[in-house]
Design a protein around this ligand. Structure first.
Ligand code: CA
Ligand code: CA
Ligand code: CA
Ligand code: CA
Length: 182
């Protein structure tokens, strides 16, 4: 068994009738999400719970913002572990990456959950603070950032939120890192 510095891990401590039970824990790493735990991934930088498949069991979304994807350094990734009958399942996990995979996107740096439609189903928002914005009119901005909202109503593409959605002058700037927190 090897090791990988700053790969990251998440420790789930399960509850009991008398409180959290440190004898009933689950260690999650990116290997258990069907991916590779590698040096500097920082799996677990962000976490959010929600019932994303609307089956009455809470699920856990985990950000891996320094994951390299398709050779793009620090493009970032996120995984969802679904709730099982006694604990989070380590099979059937779901993986999310940006629609535009670029170095330094930091996809998954922040996560949030809520019923944003609303349809009584939890939705998932994923911050991508390193996203660059290219304007239709020409020109671009670096690291302005964006957030993607995955609505739990279909397999539709996520909705994209950027500073362009806010109507005030000068909103879209370099290094704004929109989506660094959600
Ligand atoms: Ca990895
Ligand atoms: Ca669920
Ligand atoms: Ca991107
Ligand atoms: Ca919803």
């Amino acid at each position: 068994m090897g090791s990988a510095q700053d790969a990251g891990a998440v420790l789930v401590i399960y509850g009991s009738a008398t409180g959290l039970n440190t004898g009933n824990v689950q260690l999650l790493t990116q290997d258990k999400a069907g991916n590779a735990a590698e040096t500097g991934d920082r799996f677990g930088t962000s976490l959010i719970s929600g019932d994303f498949n609307a089956d009455g069991r809470d699920d856990l979304a985990i950000g891996v913002p320094l994951e390299d994807v398709n050779g793009q350094v620090d493009a970032g990734m996120a995984h969802v572990f679904y709730g099982g009958s006694s604990r989070l399942d380590e099979v059937g996990t779901q993986t999310y990456v940006d629609q535009t995979i670029e170095a330094g996107d930091y996809f998954g740096a922040a996560l949030a959950s809520g019923d944003y439609d609303p349809n009584q189903r939890d939705d998932l928002a994923i911050g991508v603070p390193g996203e660059d914005i290219t304007f239709n009119s020409g020109g671009s901005k670096s690291d302005t950032g964006k957030a993607l909202v995955y609505l739990n109503n279909s397999n539709a593409s996520p909705r994209t939120l950027t500073l362009s959605d806010f109507n005030f002058a000068g909103a879209v700037q370099d290094n704004a890192y929109f989506g660094a927190t959600l």
